[in-house]
Design a protein around this ligand. Structure first.
Ligand SMILES: NC(=O)c1ccc[n+]([C@@H]2O[C@H](COP(=O)([O-])OP(=O)(O)OC[C@H]3O[C@@H](n4cnc5c(N)ncnc54)[C@H](O)[C@@H]3O)[C@@H](O)[C@H]2O)c1
Length: 438
């Protein structure tokens, strides 16, 4: 670790005004830098220029508002980079049909960088396969831009808590080909109290992928423990507490449920699996983690069928659509798989979510309240642990359902209270207290 030298007031261009780019831009402005955020999506830029925020991320609107004088938004490359010293790349890297990361947006940014009369450092914030930095370096050199620096500064923020995560990270990772560039990127974070891991570019790229894989492994691990709990009569919530108090293990990411989703874990696990395979290595553990997660979502159908028999003609309410609370992000949300499976079994699907929209869920009727979702329904599945669901008068609502079946896909509610409220309540891995069934 090298000390971070404070250097406020740098000029930063951020390419990509998505979940990561906007948070990065807002937080760098908050740290005192001048930031221009550029996106190819002119509608998004229009919204930002008008003072609105095109995504839902708690606190983002305030930080953007408070730093307006240090923040600009444009769709023009030249305007974004003309004065920039650092060009952050925060564009999407979605999966291709094969699971490899689609880097086309990254290459577009590299290719559209103009020749400037001052030196810039390109900083990769997007999650990319190991080796991408090397390839970008070659491409820049091939374009006669050997003087342009390059660093990898992967992002570890989580949607819903992204601003706090950016300003109070566990660590800042900076991989660079040149120590001076690495120090300069680290210095952009002065004001943030966190250890800085300086390393080579390939290792920084791998740190991001490995950290995500470790978190996903914990989730699939506790979900498998939950499934064995169900089969054997143990309660996974007590088990996770008892396991997590072991300091060698720790309590985080040991919450059993219907599996992970979102814009990062599913695609990053596939990208790492394919990266390993492309390099001649079969990553067995990661393959199992992915498969366990896929099956976990589908186990809900068997639970519903145990209570309802066939799902044909039944009405099932999905409580929550977003892949987790406090975001409107629907990418790879378990609700997408669940709704698809329910519809294909012939069920009618209703959904409630306070923020996310069911645009991608053809055939699903979205309603405005939990009460509306449950009235006359044959069963409900708690898909996203929105805090609002903790405030619902369940005893009142149970009586409005045709059959009061509730599958708690996030182990959010108290089994005894739900049974007392009149529900046939089933959670994940809670055989001992919650699976009284029907
Ligand atoms: N979402 C997260 O919480 C998170 C966390 C850590 C890492 N990441 C990684 O960060 C990257 C960005 O993720 P995101 O969720 O912000 O994606 P996003 O889809 O929300 O945003 C990407 C933005 O890039 C824009 N874009 C595409 N090409 C462009 C170009 N040439 N110039 C400027 N803008 C361009 C798109 O229009 C879009 O607005 C991905 O690699 C992702 O894996 C995301």
């Amino acid at each position: 670790m090298r000390p971070v030298v404070a250097e406020p007031g740098k000029r930063i261009a951020v390419f990509g005004a998505g979940y990561v780019g906007l948070v990065t831009g807002a937080c760098f402005a908050e740290l005192g830098h001048d930031v221009v955020v550029r996106d190819v999506d002119t509608a998004k830029i229009g919204v930002l220029q008008a003072g609105d925020v095109p995504i839902f991320e708690p606190g983002l609107d305030e930080v953007l508002d408070q730093n307006r004088e240090r923040l600009r938004f444009t769709s023009d490359v030249a305007e974004a980079v003309e004065a920039a010293e650092f060009v952050y790349v925060a564009v999407g890297t979605p999966p291709t049909y094969s699971g490899d990361a689609d880097l086309s947006a990254v290459w577009t940014v590299v290719d559209e960088l103009p020749r400037l009369d001052h030196r810039i450092v390109v900083v990769m914030k997007s999650t990319v396969p190991v080796g991408t930095g090397d390839k970008v370096r070659h491409r820049l050199d091939g374009r006669g831009l050997a003087d342009v620096g390059y660093a990898s500064n992967p992002e570890f923020t989580a949607e819903g808590t992204a601003l706090r995560d950016f300003m109070h990270p566990d660590r800042i990772v900076v991989g660079s080909f040149d120590d001076g560039d690495g120090d300069a990127v680290a210095a952009l974070h002065s004001g943030i109290d966190a250890p800085v891991v300086h390393c080579d570019v390939a290792s920084a790229e791998m740190i991001k992928l490995a950290a995500n894989a470790a978190l996903m492994t914990r989730i699939s691990f506790i979900n498998e423990i939950a499934n064995v709990c169900e089969a054997t009569g143990a309660d996974v919530v007590s088990v996770a507490e008892g396991v997590g108090l072991d300091r060698r293990i720790g309590p985080k990411f040991l919450r059993a449920g219907i599996g992970f989703g979102g814009s990062c874990f599913p695609k990053d696990s596939l990208a790492l699996k394919q990266l390993a395979a492309n390099s001649g290595y079969h990553f067995q553990l990661l393959n199992a983690v992915i498969e366990v997660n896929e099956l976990q979502k589908r186990r809900v159908l068997a639970k519903l069928e145990r209570h309802l028999g066939t799902l044909r003609g039944k009405t099932v309410a999905l409580l929550g659509l977003a892949f987790k609370p406090n975001t409107d992000d629907m990418r790879e949300a378990p609700s997408l798989v669940l709704a698809g499976r329910l519809l294909s079994e012939g069920a009618t699907v209703r959904a409630w979510d306070p923020v996310a929209h069911a645009h991608d869920l053809r055939g699903v009727m979205q309603v405005d309240s939990v009460e509306e979702a449950l009235a006359g329904a044959d069963a409900a599945v708690l898909v996203t642990e929105w805090p609002q669901l903790g405030e619902v008068d369940w005893a009142k609502i149970a009586g409005t359902m045709t059959t009061p079946v509730l599958i708690d896909g996030r182990n959010m509610l108290e089994p005894a209270a739900m049974l007392a409220a009149g529900f046939r309540y089933e959670a994940i891995g809670r055989a001992a207290s919650g699976n009284a069934g029907g």
